[in-house]
Structures are given as C-alpha cells and as structure tokens.
Design a binder for this molecule. Structure first.
Ligand SMILES: [Zn+2]
Length: 135
C-alpha cells in the first residue's frame, strides 16, 4: 500500500513536471505577431495564429488587414496609390507591408513585444523603413 502511494506520488510529480515543460515549450513556440504602426506609433499587435480582419481607421485613412494561417495581407485601403494592396502576403519575421500615404507600417514580429523597450525599437525600425522607401 505504501509502495503504491510512493509510485503514485512519483507519477504525479512526473506528470506535473511534464506539464510545466510542455507549457514552457508552447510558450516559446507561441507563434508570431503582427504589429501595426501608424505615424510611428504602435496602433496594435495581433497574433498570427488567429484568423481575423483588422480594421485600421486613422486620421490618414482606412485600411483593412486580413490574418489567416500565419500570413497577413492588406485587403482594403482607400489610399490614392493602392500600393500596399499589391505588396501581397507577408508571413516571416521582419517582413513589412507599408502604406506610405496612410503612414502605416505592418510588420511581422517573432514574439509578442513586451514593455516600452520593444516599442522604442519598433520606432527606430519604422523610421529606417521610411527612409529606405523615401529614397
Ligand atoms: Zn496604401
């Protein structure tokens, strides 16, 4: 009887350990996120593993993003050039869709940004993106 208890305790301990390892691993493989930046300010961050439409309404105009199977594409935009809609789907880290007339940058992130530090980094990258595009 005592021996069985011991085995049970060991099994529970092992199971709990396994669970925490699985939780840890799944946390690491949380998938990518897409960050929407308008006028160098973060408009929102959305997970890529959820099928959704993201409506972006700003003072500059209206855009609609579609997220499905880890890819993002611009489905609607009322900007004059419509260039963002022709940039197609993005799915890998650091890929971007840019809508210059709306000062909009959509960028794939490897992990969910946390805290202001990542926002600062995003700001810097966004500035660089603009410079590259302006040139
Ligand atoms: Zn556009």
């Amino acid at each position: 009887m005592k021996r069985n208890d011991c085995i049970l305790a060991a099994a529970i301990f092992l199971f709990a350990g396994l669970l925490s390892v699985m939780f840890f691993l799944s946390g690491n493989e949380q998938g990518n996120y897409v960050t929407v930046t308008v006028d160098k300010k973060v408009y929102g961050t959305y997970p890529l593993d959820e099928t959704q439409d993201i409506e972006i309404l700003t003072e500059f105009g209206h855009n609609n993003l579609h997220v499905e199977n880890g890819t993002v594409c611009m489905t609607e935009a009322d900007c004059p050039d419509g260039y963002c809609k022709r940039q197609g789907e993005i799915s890998t880290e650091k890929e971007t869709i840019v809508c210059l007339p709306h000062k909009l940058v959509v960028e794939i992130q490897g992990a969910k940004p946390n805290g202001g530090r990542t926002e600062e980094q995003t700001d810097g990258q966004t500035g660089e993106d603009y410079d590259i595009l302006v040139k």
